[in-house]
Design a protein around this ligand. Structure first.
Ligand SMILES: Cc1cc2nc3c(=O)[nH]c(=O)nc-3n(C[C@H](O)[C@H](O)[C@H](O)COP(=O)(O)O)c2cc1C
Ligand code: SF4
Length: 413
């Protein structure tokens, strides 16, 4: 029975086959706590803190479909070797009454892995030719995927989703945004094909929809199948009309929830974060390839983007008006007013990144009334913390424990 005294944001919601205890989702924030692909105690504790802090669903960022699917070496892979450690992580989240989601990702050409680490000489993508990200890792060319490559890739996504279910995850989130492989098919900036998989948005959707359909068939009865995608590519590339078409297509396919992000890692990072990036950072980036990449990127980034709460509201409302499927509002949720606005706008859930990096206990504090607004300043300095031994943390708090990030989550205490 509905408790009329509880604000809607703190009431349960059904997402596909699972019931979330409230509307708060911790969005994926590349934790940098899977050093050399080890799912560590540091990573498990990070998500346990989010669960203990009141969120209903904690998303484990970047669980790669295969070792080649990583952007960085320090990212987890959903393979047999990580199963017991992922199980320890999901057990820790469940202990606090929350659910866990695995963000399943393949980088495509957005990878900094070098020749020695990657099995394929050219990173895969929707289209071949010059690979701007590969300038740093000296992998200058990318490979246009063939239909056979796509079939193999679909099987990788399905295999990863099945392993996630076996490891106790309640949801899987297919990463179709930000410029990773599936986004490289959706985005008109990357997809230059003129076959059945490129051209109109309907054709650019074909491969990501094949992956979604097969993942839904394989695990959709047991776990929630979530799609995170970019509503636009920023100023150039996909427009909000493309973003609406994507929502309609994945709704027709039966996706259980869409998390509405924006922008691309390389071309439009401020469209994703709604605020500029600082030139200096407390975090030291040890990897010279990544450091060079960040410097090159910073040259073209707008320097004066001023953060405002719910900065993606206008775009997300366009998507909300176009479909009945469950949607999570994402982007600049920082206060109880921001949460209530999103729920009043008709979104089923809210997804929070930085506010929960700043304080994993934020949801419980909002609920009790202890705080009404996060003290996160949207400075984005936590983003480069992922490259440090301690992993992602707010620069205003305590850094992560570097040692814990090297110990398997499933190892005896
Ligand atoms: C440190 C950090 C790492 C992130 N890593 C990821 C990631 O791995 N995958 C992803 O989909 N989004 C990632 N994001 C983006 C967030 O999920 C979210 O889309 C963005 O921070 C905007 O939400 P917010 O305003 O609530 O922070 C990251 C954000 C931060 C701050
Ligand atoms: S470093 Fe801290 S204050 Fe700055 S954006 Fe990240 S969480 Fe917020």
């Amino acid at each position: 029975m509905q408790d009329n005294t509880t604000p809607l944001s703190f009431t349960p919601v059904k997402i596909g086959p699972i019931l979330l205890r409230n509307r708060f989702i911790k969005s994926a924030t590349n934790e940098g706590m899977a050093k050399k692909a080890i799912v560590s105690k540091g990573l498990a504790q990070f998500h346990e803190r989010i669960a203990a802090g009141g969120a209903a669903l904690s998303t484990v960022a970047y669980c790669a479909t295969s070792p080649d699917g990583r952007t960085f070496v320090d990212q987890a892979v959903l393979d047999d070797a990580s199963a017991a450690d992922f199980r320890a992580l999901t057990d820790g989240v469940h202990k606090h009454g929350a659910a866990a989601s695995a963000q399943i990702t393949h980088a495509g050409s957005f990878t900094f892995l070098d020749h020695a680490t990657l099995r394929t000489s050219r990173p895969l993508s929707s289209s071949g030719g010059f690979n701007k990200v590969g300038v740093m890792s000296r992998r200058w060319l990318k490979k246009k995927m063939t239909v056979t490559d796509m079939e193999a890739m679909t099987a990788e996504f399905v295999g990863a989703a099945v392993r996630a279910r076996e490891a106790g995850f309640d949801a899987v989130e297919l990463h179709m945004g930000h410029g990773y492989l599936l986004s490289q098919f959706l985005s008109r900036i990357y997809n230059k094909r003129w076959d059945a998989y490129g051209g109109s948005i309907e054709k650019r959707l074909k491969f990501p929809r094949e992956v979604l359909g097969r993942v839904l068939d394989a695990v959709g009865k047991d776990v929630a199948v979530v799609v995170k995608y970019s509503m636009t590519d920023g100023d150039k590339g996909n427009s909000i009309e493309d973003g609406v078409a994507i929502a309609r297509a994945i709704a027709a396919d039966g996706a259980h929830l869409a998390v509405l992000s924006n922008g691309l890692n390389v071309e439009s990072i401020t469209a994703m974060f709604g605020s500029s990036f600082p030139q200096s950072n407390r975090g030291t980036v040890n990897n010279p390839i990544i450091a060079l990449g960040m410097w090159i990127q910073s040259l073209s980034e707008p320097k004066n983007v001023v953060f405002r709460e719910n900065y993606l509201r206008e775009l997300a409302l366009r998507v909300r008006a176009s479909t009945d499927m469950p949607l999570a509002y994402l982007g600049g949720i920082q206060s109880i007013e921001g949460v209530e606005q999103a729920i009043a706008d008709g979104f089923d859930c809210v997804a929070l990144g930085r506010a929960l990096v700043h304080d994993p206990g934020f949801v419980n504090k909002l609920k009790s009334g202890e705080v009404r607004k996060s003290a996160c300043t949207a400075c984005n300095r936590c983003v480069t913390m992922m490259y440090t031994p301690g992993g992602t943390s707010c620069v205003e708090g305590k850094p992560g424990d570097a040692k814990l990030n090297t110990i398997r989550a499933g190892a005896a205490a």
